[in-house]
Design a protein around this ligand. Structure first.
Ligand SMILES: N[C@@H](CCC(=O)N[C@@H](CS)C(=O)NCC(=O)O)C(=O)O
Length: 213
């Protein structure tokens, strides 16, 4: 059984898949692909025509789009189940994954983290107005996510799910900006969820090595 994960070391979406594989205890080979590079290999573009990462290859079967990959990983491999069969719990988890993709990723990662943390650390030009726009968009997103945390300790109740795995890397980057951490700390249940998740072995083991501030 050969599993290859094509991803970028700093990519939150690649980390989501790494977390899912780690939690399922599935071994894989990592193939580094920088989606922002000018010279993305043609072999990768043949797999992922939208020039994003990640993409998973399992015994010749190629799948891209992170939610599709993590659901596949959960269903194709042994290990703890990361999706509930109960319709409302499952709907809530899918809703959270969709909130992350549709509303959270851009402001929290591409605006706050990229312009407030990543670009300055990489010595790249950063845009303060993008950073501010991201911060302004955030309270509504954090409040919506916090509202899902009614039963805890996980986002969808008593068991770890793909929803936790989908959100954690996004929050992990967001709180590296002190302004982001301050905003998260106003949402106590979400903060507690985050502190717990950040201590999981899978999360620690997949921490990207960012340049120091
Ligand atoms: N819809 C894609 C989004 C993946 C995505 O945006 N990945 C980022 C890295 S975290 C990327 O490849 N960005 C390259 C770009 O924006 O050009 C998925 O779910 O996998």
């Amino acid at each position: 059984m050969a599993i290859g994960l094509h991803g970028y070391q700093y990519s939150v979406y690649s980390r989501i898949v790494r977390l899912a594989l780690h939690e399922k205890r599935v071994a894989y080979d990592w193939v580094e692909v920088n989606p922002f590079a000018q010279n993305i290999p043609a072999s990768y573009l043949a797999m992922h025509p939208f020039t994003r990462v990640p993409a998973l290859v399992h015994d010749g079967f190629v799948v891209y789009e992170t939610g599709a990959i993590t659901r596949y990983v959960d269903e194709a491999f042994e290990g703890p189940k990361l999706q509930s069969m109960e319709p409302r719990t499952r709907a809530r988890c899918n809703q959270i994954m969709s909130i992350v993709d549709s509303y959270a990723y851009w402001p929290l990662v591409r605006q706050v983290f990229s312009h407030g943390v990543f670009r300055p650390r990489m010595g790249l030009p950063a845009d303060e107005s993008e950073f501010r726009k991201g911060l302004e968009a955030t309270p509504r997103i954090l409040s919506a996510l916090e509202r899902t945390l009614v039963e805890g300790p996980y986002l969808c109740g008593h068991q770890l799910s793909l929803a936790d795995i989908h959100l954690a890397p996004i929050i992990g980057y967001f709180v590296l900006a002190p302004e982001g951490k301050t905003l998260l700390w106003k949402h106590l249940r979400l903060r507690d969820w985050w502190v717990d998740f950040s201590e999981r072995n899978s999360f620690v083991a997949t921490t990207p090595r960012l340049p120091q501030a």
